[in-house]
Design a protein around this ligand. Structure first.
Ligand SMILES: Nc1nc2c(ncn2[C@@H]2O[C@H](COP(=O)(O)OP(=O)(O)OP(=O)(O)O)[C@@H](O)[C@H]2O)c(=O)[nH]1
Ligand SMILES: [Mg+2]
Length: 524
């Protein structure tokens, strides 16, 4: 039976493997190009090859992880609040923000929709077209640019099924086109979109630029490449825009920007300035508005006093950024000083390394990089940094014998105390104690002398003596008090007669009063 199952399982695995290989063989020509592009780029950008894994075996994801994003791009993303900040990073926005002056575009309204070439409106105004894969966010961006809701938006790919022309104050047209790639639409309709878009782009005299939208999470895909190849053939100027930047981490976004920019540089008609936007915030939208106005030669009209406002905002931002960096660096120094003390105590290479990286990177994130400049020791790595000159002599490593001794003593005392309390609690709730209290409570003389409600003197009374069922004796004493407020000491002594199943005989059972008198409790 088990052999049979094993054979079946092996057969199923082989079939699955064959299927995967077939799928990979089909996808290989497409992915190979992307993979080799990525690898070339990663190789050109990487400063030190990692030991161990040969590059040929790295996945796209690993290659992407190895990219070093451009510091200027990251700073720009920080400024424009593009991309999300990784959790745990020093949050800059809590301190200050770049108060970007708004570029206001005129009101936008729907002007014409075309499902065939014959329905294109007359080419009278400068036009900018928006293309990209379905659901990449074309219609959302068109709306966002003019602060309008004229274009219909949906999270189902394939909502825009015709070329829509929107006019802005009769100054320019924004043209929203159907998407390529997967869409919820009939096949024949989808097939018709491509020639329609092609004929619009090829023949439109007033088309100034085509904006090719790319989802920032995915970058350039195969059908984007096919489409830009077509644009290159038609000699039309186009530019890439990364959309949905709010869904990508800032550093990854910078890497994505780098990859797309490199590819854009090699495309004939592509404007290599890759824009980034998040239509679900305002990030990057003003930059795009400016680009649009310049494209339509409307900069003079709409951006006349914008530059002045921008310079003021930028100066303010840069001043605040400087304060922020100085404060963050000072904080880092304090932190590193503490780390320094710790490093001297523990002699930990890791701590030394993080200290050195903190000093030399001058950043506000801690990492465990190798010592800066290939320095062998922490002292050498810090030699140039006056902020780290520690004036007083640092303590050497301490003997921990005393601390360990103290810890053992405290643990022993705690354990002993716990055990005593547990044993006392066990005695307090045992049958001899509760029964003795019950009987004494109903004794007439006890009631007369101490009162009705005989009870323990405290919530957690101390029961002295011993109870041993095994050896056959009970000898206990504890304090009791009645509702008259008079206290007494209850004494119970009992023995078992004969073997383990023998009867118990009470030897002594009385309460000693404060004046020395004894009340015998055995009588009732
Ligand atoms: N998080 C986020 N979502 C976005 C952004 N832009 C668009 N979306 C969402 O993406 C979905 C698709 O947006 P559309 O504007 O309809 O996309 P489209 O490219 O016009 O799609 P088709 O008309 O089908 O080709 C919608 O659910 C939008 O809300 C963005 O910047 N950030
Ligand atoms: Mg749309």
């Amino acid at each position: 039976m088990s052999t049979c199952l094993r054979t079946l399982h092996a057969g199923a695995t082989a079939v699955a493997r064959q299927r995967t290989m077939r799928r990979k063989a089909v996808a290989a020509p497409k992915t190979a190009a992307i993979h080799s592009d990525l690898r070339t780029l990663a190789e050109s950008l990487r400063d030190t090859p990692s030991a161990g894994s040969p590059d040929g075996q790295l996945s796209n994801r690993q290659l992407f992880a190895r990219l070093q994003p451009d510091a200027k791009t990251v700073d720009k993303l920080d400024m424009l609040q593009l991309g999300t900040e990784k959790q745990g990073r020093f949050e800059r926005k809590k301190w200050f923000r770049y108060n970007e002056p708004n570029v206001k575009l005129p009101h936008m309204s729907f002007f014409a929709g075309a499902q065939a070439e014959a329905s294109f409106p007359p080419a009278s105004l400068p036009e900018v077209g928006f293309v990209g894969r379905s659901n990449v966010g074309k219609s959302t961006l068109v709306n966002k640019l003019c602060g309008s809701t004229a274009a219909r938006v949906s999270d189902r790919p394939g909502l825009t099924q015709q070329i829509n022309f929107y006019t802005a104050a009769s100054d320019f047209h924004l043209v929203d086109m159907p998407g390529y790639g997967f869409a919820y639409a009939k096949d024949e309709e989808r097939q018709a979109w491509k020639p329609l878009i092609e004929s619009y782009i090829r023949n439109r005299k007033t088309l100034r630029r085509v904006m090719v939208l790319l989802d920032a999470r995915h970058g350039i895909k195969v059908n984007d490449r096919d489409f830009v190849a077509l644009l290159d053939r038609m000699r039309v100027k186009y530019q890439f825009i990364l959309t949905k930047c709010d869904l990508v981490h800032r550093v990854d976004l910078a890497k994505r920007h780098l990859l797309v920019s490199r590819e854009a540089e090699n495309l004939r008609n592509c404007i290599p300035r890759v824009m980034m936007v998040s239509a679900h915030g305002d990030a990057g939208v003003n930059e795009l508005r400016k680009e649009l106005l310049h494209t339509c030669s409307l900069g003079q009209k709409y951006l006349a006093d914008h530059r002045k406002k921008e310079v003021i905002a930028l100066t303010e931002y840069e001043e605040q950024l400087k304060i922020f960096k100085d404060t963050a660096r000072a904080k880092k120094r304090r932190q590193s000083l503490r780390l320094g003390l710790l490093a001297t105590r523990t002699h930990s290479a890791r701590t030394h390394a993080s200290l050195a990286s903190g000093v030399f990177r001058g950043r506000y994130t801690t990492s465990t990089r190798p010592l800066a400049g290939g320095a062998q020791t922490w002292e050498a790595a810090n030699a140039k940094n006056p902020a780290f000159a520690i004036e007083r002599e640092l303590e050497g490593p301490k003997s921990r014998k005393r601390e360990i001794g103290l810890f053992v003593a405290v643990a022993a005392v705690t354990w002993g105390l716990g055990t005593v309390i547990a044993f006392n609690y066990q005695r307090m709730t045992s049958t001899p104690v509760t029964a003795a209290l019950f009987i004494a409570r109903h004794n007439d003389e006890v009631r007369r002398e101490l009162g009705q409600q005989l009870n323990f003197t405290s919530v957690f009374p101390w029961i002295s003596g011993d109870i041993s069922h095994l050896k056959g004796f009970v000898e206990i004493e504890f304090d009791v008090v009645g509702d008259k407020g008079v206290t007494g000491r209850l004494v119970l002594k009992s023995r078992r007669v004969g073997n383990q199943s023998g009867e118990w005989k009470t030897v002594d059972f009385y309460i000693v009063l404060p004046d020395g008198r004894q009340i015998d409790c055995q009588q009732d």
